[in-house]
Design a binder for this molecule. Structure first.
Ligand SMILES: C[S@@+](CC[C@H](N)C(=O)[O-])C[C@H]1O[C@@H](n2cnc3c(N)ncnc32)[C@H](O)[C@@H]1O
Length: 322
């Protein structure tokens, strides 16, 4: 799904005052900073922040939304959300959309100008919880974190020194009543943060809802990384900021959804961790499950399993039995 229309309109309105070339230059700087792993956002000016909203926010929103599609009813009882490293409020918008029962939203952000921009966006939401959200300025590593049913941190950990990951994840976990949602870029560096978060959470007794279907050590091989992909239609301002011709882009992301109360995952369930390879009369799936990584080929002769495999997508759950 694209970002909500109210949010798209709010971004478009904010961009009105920004000269076109300034936006493109800022988007190019942003893109370079991602390639070179330098966090420019923390030091950013208005143009940098608006470039993020135009060129990155639709994609981070799509990634968060795709991860949220895997929560099932794990957070159905959630009434409060704490989003840390909120930036323009991307996760708050996506989560409020997914969990209409949320009544209290708190967003913590290190840099006050982000919170000011995010407040202007939230004022345009049709969701009262978002319009009434509390925006706090503070550092994820040191600020008091108000308790909430659900805690989220999206595209935050990769902006911080890797050595801080475990400590911050523990803080997020301690603030969460029901569980935690983490989303990071689908890069080696992004997954490295998710892998540390996973280990940290396992040591805290967390249970995973997705993408992991088991609680053994992560079987991902060194140099490889668990990630998924979502295709999103580009908004006009998105194409303009990136000087892009294509009407869509693919956002790669890594994520982890952890809960406090264990939910048994059905026996024999595994996650499809690569794009399925389809050939005449067979489908090959790369899976991650209880017994580790596995590649399985499902021939046409498998009947119903083959029909399921033909429809299966990267990121879906796969049941070995019908
Ligand atoms: C890449 S943006 C992600 C924004 C938003 N969560 C999203 O998914 O689109 C990272 C945000 O984290 C904020 N940030 C960076 N370091 C932080 C820290 N130590 N504590 C709180 N926020 C921080 C940045 O200012 C920025 O707004």
């Amino acid at each position: 799904m694209p970002i909500p229309r109210a949010l798209a309109a709010a971004i478009a309105d904010e961009l009105q005052g920004l000269p076109s070339q300034t936006l493109k230059d800022a988007a190019a700087r942003l893109s370079l900073s991602y390639r070179t792993q330098e966090a420019v956002l923390a030091l950013g000016c208005d143009a940098d922040r608006l470039a993020y909203c135009a060129a990155r926010m639709p994609a981070t929103y799509a990634a968060i939304e795709t991860a949220l599609a895997e929560v099932g009813d794990a957070f159905a009882a959630a009434r409060s959300l704490l989003d840390v490293g909120a930036g323009p409020g991307t996760a708050a918008w996506a989560i409020a959309d997914r969990l209409p029962g949320l009544a209290a939203l708190t967003c913590l952000e290190a840099h006050a100008p982000w919170a000011a921009l995010a407040r202007r966006f939230a004022a345009r939401s049709e969701t009262s919880a978002l319009r009434n959200a509390v925006w706090l300025t503070g550092d994820a590593a040191t600020a008091p974190l108000p308790a909430a049913d659900l805690v989220s941190a999206t595209y935050l950990l990769n902006e911080l020194p890797e050595a801080e990951t475990g400590g911050i994840v523990k803080r997020l976990w301690n603030a969460a009543g029901l569980g935690l949602l983490l989303v990071e870029p689908g890069s080696r560096a992004g997954f490295a943060r998710i892998a540390v978060a996973r280990e940290t959470l396992l040591a805290q007794g967390a249970a995973f809802v997705a993408p992991c279907t088991h609680h053994s050590a992560c079987p991902m091989r060194p140099g490889d990384w668990c990630h998924f992909s979502v295709r999103l239609e580009r908004e006009a301002f998105h194409r303009h900021a990136k000087a892009a011709n294509l009407s869509y882009e693919d956002e790669k992301f890594s994520y982890l959804i952890a809960v406090k109360v264990k939910v048994p995952s059905p026996e024999g369930e595994a996650r499809i961790i690569r794009r399925p390879m389809r050939a005449s009369g067979r489908v090959t799936l790369d899976l991650c499950g209880k017994s580790g990584l596995a590649r399985t080929t499902i021939p046409r002769s498998a009947g119903p399993a083959y029909r399921r495999a033909k429809m299966a997508q990267w990121g879906d759950l796969w049941r070995s039995r019908d």
